[in-house]
Write a protein that binds this ligand. Structure first.
Ligand code: CA
Length: 221
């Protein structure tokens, strides 16, 4: 899962990015509206945290542009405290939720999890596939109740597949959702992560659909 953080206050942006990184997300940051607009329109995100007061282009304008362009990515706007009109404008402009500043990072994380969950049609906070469970709240994976230790990239691959359970996900799509923009991307590494996941979880959870990609399945279904 990959998130774009749009925030011009450097310290706040850095706090959000590190909290999201610890929670298992690939994170990109944009400190002004132009950069945010560019990244939003060219990269693939699972959610965006969007501050409204930004240099160059304001957050509301960017949001309207994205929605006009047909971008459906879930957007959580950061509004000024007590500014009810910002909240109304944000929601009317196409935001999916808002958090007023100052906020607790935990609240932002919880709202993002909910947005990502809803966007992928998941109803429960914990994602399950037979004996396999992934809890985005703790960035933890268990198999038959026992913890499975995964690297951050293995976790991102599994999380993306679990959020899109039942659907075939291509290698390209996985690559777009597990790496930050600054990372060296090599779609062959997805195969490596899949192989490692199969070693750790058993071979039968991740099915290869030849020529198309991967799908998470409940073994012996
Ligand atoms: Ca700002």
């Amino acid at each position: 899962m990959r998130v774009l953080v749009v925030e011009d206050e450097a310290l706040l942006a850095q706090q959000l990015a590190s909290a999201l990184g610890e929670a298992g997300y690939a994170v990109d940051c944009a400190a002004d509206g132009e950069r945010a607009d560019f990244l939003g329109q060219t990269e693939r995100y699972d959610a965006v945290v969007l501050d409204l007061g930004l240099p160059k282009v304001d957050g509301l304008t960017i949001l309207r542009r994205w929605r006009d362009a047909g971008l459906a990515v879930p957007v959580l706007v950061l509004t000024a405290r007590g500014s009810w009109h910002e909240k109304v404008q944000g929601i009317d402009g196409g935001a999916d939720d808002y958090v007023a500043k100052p906020f607790r990072i935990e609240e932002v994380l919880a709202r993002l999890r909910a947005l990502i969950r809803r966007a992928s049609g998941q109803l429960t906070p914990e994602l399950r596939c037979g004996a396999l469970a992934l809890d985005p709240r703790a960035a933890k994976v268990t198999l038959n109740g026992a913890a499975v230790r995964l690297t951050s990239h293995e976790f991102r691959v599994l999380s993306y597949l679990m959020h899109h359970r039942g659907r075939v996900v291509s290698q390209t799509e996985l690559t777009e959702h597990i790496y930050a923009q600054s990372a060296d991307r090599d779609s062959n590494t997805v195969e490596v992560f899949i192989a490692r996941l199969r070693r750790k979880l058993g071979a039968s959870f991740i099915e290869t659909v030849r020529g198309l990609g991967y799908r998470i399945v409940e073994p012996n279904e």
